[in-house]
Design a protein. Structure first.
Length: 289
């Protein structure tokens, strides 16, 4: 099933209400939608549960399935000055939101690294804490029928080898990977190799594309905002199929594997979001049909 992340609507999330976003998603041709975090803290939980139930009703009316819920988290740097236990509890609360949305999958982040340090040895030193925390969350989620997963995202947890190491350390059948086909470029990893490594653990796939300029070349396109990979490669979001990651072959590879789960389009390019979503949808459908 092909859906779109609400993250892809960008600026339109401030001008379109949820009914309009859902209707636009359905009219574009998607069968499903993925909600980016609703923004939880302890005193807001009951309000957000009501909001999530309302979102589910709106999607049901449009015959649009909620295929995933994605949230932030950081088990090494608990938010709001809290403890690790507070962070784990907050992520568990988000599982309840996912349940109210009617989805059976939730992506949570793992960590940005201590003080943004992404060194390999710091990852290995932190692995047990990250695995124990993720296992506690997924054990809770399993009782609610929610699979939990994390994305190759945020430099510290972006390379496929680190992702595989965490999954195998957690060693829980309810915990897996959300593969973003573009994000591996943020750590200068060849996407096809990384995807092949993580596909056996995949619960969900994000379809994203990037414009890529080698670190040794000058960026002179003022119309596009580039950021740097961990090794200095210049990257900028692109409409799916119009960037440099060979998205067609990556999608075909996943489709022809044993992967049986869903896909979500994620657009973060410089173009108008609605144009990026529509053209990305057309490209994804041409690859998946």
């Amino acid at each position: 099933m092909l859906g779109v992340s609400t993250y892809s609507f960008g600026k339109y999330q401030g001008t379109m209400n949820i009914e309009q976003i859902v209707e636009k998603t359905k009219k574009t041709g998607f069968d499903a939608i993925e909600f980016a975090g609703l923004g939880i803290s302890g005193f807001e939980k009951e309000l957000l549960l009501d909001t999530a139930r309302n979102y589910k009703e709106i999607c049901d009316k449009c015959n649009l399935k909620v295929i995933s819920y994605t949230i932030g988290a950081d088990f090494l740097n608990p938010r709001n000055g809290g403890t690790l236990s507070d962070e784990i509890k907050a992520v568990m609360d988000e599982v309840d939101i996912a349940k109210a949305l009617g989805t059976d999958k939730m992506r949570h982040d793992i960590s940005q690294g201590i003080d943004g340090n992404i060194k390999l040895m710091d990852f290995f030193k932190s692995l047990k804490i990250l695995a124990d925390s993720s296992r506690e969350v997924t054990s809770y989620a399993e009782d609610l029928g929610i699979k939990t997963m994390f994305e190759n995202h945020g430099y510290f947890m972006q390379s496929s080898e680190r992702c595989q190491a965490l999954i195998e350390e957690v060693a829980h059948p309810n915990f897996g990977s959300l593969i973003d086909i573009g994000n591996f470029m943020c750590v200068d990893e060849e996407p096809i190799t990384a995807i092949k490594r993580l596909l056996p653990y995949a619960f969900h796939v994000h379809l994203k594309d990037f414009h890529i300029i080698p670190f040794y070349e000058k960026v002179d396109n003022s119309d596009i905002s580039y950021f740097n990979s961990s090794n200095g490669t210049h990257l900028a979001g692109a409409i799916l199929g119009q960037g440099d990651i060979n998205a067609k072959e990556l999608i075909k590879f996943i489709k022809n594997s044993n992967y049986q789960e869903d896909f979500s389009l994620e657009f973060e390019g410089a173009e108008d979001n609605l144009i990026g979503i529509k053209q990305g949808f057309d490209f994804a459908k041409s690859c998946l049909d």
